[in-house]
Design a protein around this ligand. Structure first.
Ligand SMILES: NC(=O)c1ccc[n+]([C@@H]2O[C@H](COP(=O)([O-])OP(=O)(O)OC[C@H]3O[C@@H](n4cnc5c(N)ncnc54)[C@H](OP(=O)(O)O)[C@@H]3O)[C@@H](O)[C@H]2O)c1
Length: 257
């Protein structure tokens, strides 16, 4: 994708990776529109970046997504990039609370149905543009699950699968599909402690590496920073080595980050 001159929607753009991407794209000369549930964090982000725009949306609501897409088409008819960054990550003990499926439902609805529904709602507009991009956000955990968060990892594996099918179906259109595969990054995804966890990649370092990769290879289909490669390619080492890695990875991460 071109790094400037786009009109870019970033879901979950009021915090963490989404906000950092929004600020960098804004700096590089793009019209950036951020979206999320919390008006206050959106307002703070826009105030810190004059010219940025925001729209409140709850990606869990199918009806909300349709209204949101209609509004975007009216207010930002040039929209040509969507970054499906909104997501939640919740620990689940599958042996307990078997009657309470709220974490499972919320995770699938936000992380999987949200991007799928929003892609469907925005594709007619994206296809009107000369060049457009759908950027999905999966995770290194799509490729080696952290068993503490089973539904989260399953949704991210599904996003990886969907990204490939979408890319193939759109191959003869002007819409490209890029999958951003973050490693463990310092944000508040799983709570405030994560933002200063020394095991996680500093957010600025992550964003700088993403932009360097996008610049070096504008036709990349996956954005893989160095830190995520051991997870992304874990299966290439064969089943036995993968199983060993899975065991040690899950033992090392047994405590919530
Ligand atoms: N940080 C990591 O280690 C890591 C690793 C791999 C992948 N990722 C992925 O990166 C993405 C961004 O996460 P992050 O680390 O930056 O965490 P974050 O700061 O918690 O960001 C998540 C964003 O998603 C938005 N969101 C959540 N539920 C939503 C809903 N129902 N409707 C609309 N927006 C919603 C949140 O905004 P509101 O609460 O205001 O709605 C928030 O801005 C996620 O998809 C995550 O899975 C992160």
């Amino acid at each position: 994708m071109n790094l400037s001159g786009n009109t870019i929607l970033i879901t979950g753009g009021g915090s963490g990776i989404g906000r950092a991407l929004a600020e960098e794209f804004h700096k590089q000369g793009n019209q950036v529109v951020i979206a999320g549930r919390r008006q206050q964090v959106l307002d703070e982000t826009v105030a810190a970046n004059p010219g940025m725009a925001s729209v409140v949306v709850d990606i869990e609501s199918n009806e909300g997504i349709r209204t949101f897409a209609t509004r975007l088409e009216k207010e930002f008819p040039q929209l040509n990039v969507v970054i499906h960054n909104a997501g939640i990550m919740r620990p689940e003990n599958l042996l307990e609370n078997t009657d309470d499926l709220s974490a499972i439902d919320a995770t699938v609805t936000t992380n999987l149905l949200g991007p799928l529904r929003l892609t469907a709602a925005l594709l007619p507009l994206l296809r009107k543009q000369a060049k457009a991009t759908v950027m999905t956000v999966s995770s290194g955990l799509a490729f080696i699950p952290l068993s503490l968060t089973p539904t989260y990892c399953a949704t991210k594996a599904a996003i990886h699968s969907y990204s490939q099918s979408l890319r193939y179906q759109l191959r003869e259109t002007g819409v490209e599909v890029i999958e951003l595969v973050p490693p463990y990054v310092q944000t508040e995804l799983m709570g405030s402690a994560q933002a200063s966890d020394p095991r996680a990649m500093p957010l600025k370092e992550f964003i700088d590496e993403i932009f360097a990769l996008l610049k070096a290879n504008p036709n990349a289909t996956e954005i893989l920073v160095e830190r995520v490669k051991p997870l992304r390619f874990a299966e290439l080492n064969g089943v036995e080595r993968y199983q060993e890695f899975f065991q040690s990875f899950n033992q090392a991460q047994a405590a919530p980050h």
